[in-house]
Design a binder for this molecule. Structure first.
Ligand code: DQA
Length: 146
């Protein structure tokens, strides 16, 4: 099984950025922890991080047919990018949305996701483990739908 994990703007700053909210691990730490877990489940992961909406949309359009599923943390795009919502809906590949923090327990502008409704489901608030929970969920979803 091959899964792409997309991270949006400022997630390359993990470890430096508001560690009280996002933890002290760097983006590279996050990727290597996900990789160790994925290896045990024999899942191949392709990582992509960009600060740009266009770059993320282009990546989705380039990769969707060569992966079984996509996990996406759209970061701030979650709250206003209809273009990203449409990009997710444009392809048949299953998506799961993840957030490190609990977006429902933070500032009002973070309580709304315009992208989650384009995904199978969303996971928020488990720190780095949100990605692990999402990996299990997408693995089960894909296995059950073969
Ligand atoms: C985030 C939450 C968003 O509100 C924020 O803009 C991010 C990170 C999270 O993973 O908790 O950049 O998506």
């Amino acid at each position: 099984m091959k899964i792409a994990i997309i991270n949006g703007p400022n997630l390359n700053m993990l470890g430096i950025r508001e560690p009280d909210i996002y933890g002290s691990n760097s983006y590279d730490d996050l990727c290597s922890n996900i990789c160790s877990y994925a290896r045990k489940k024999e899942i191949e992961i392709i990582f992509f991080q960009s600060n740009g909406e266009k770059e993320i949309i282009d990546f989705i359009q380039d990769i969707y047919s060569s992966v079984d599923g996509i996990i996406i943390n759209p970061a701030a795009f979650t709250h206003y990018s209809y273009a990203l919502h449409d990009a997710i809906k444009s392809v048949p590949t299953p998506f799961i949305e993840v957030h490190i923090s609990n977006i429902h327990a933070r500032e009002g502008f973070r309580n709304t996701s315009v992208t989650a409704s384009a995904c199978i489901g969303s996971i928020s608030g488990f720190g780095e483990d949100s990605y692990i929970v999402a990996l299990d969920a997408i693995y089960r979803h894909i296995s059950n739908n073969i």
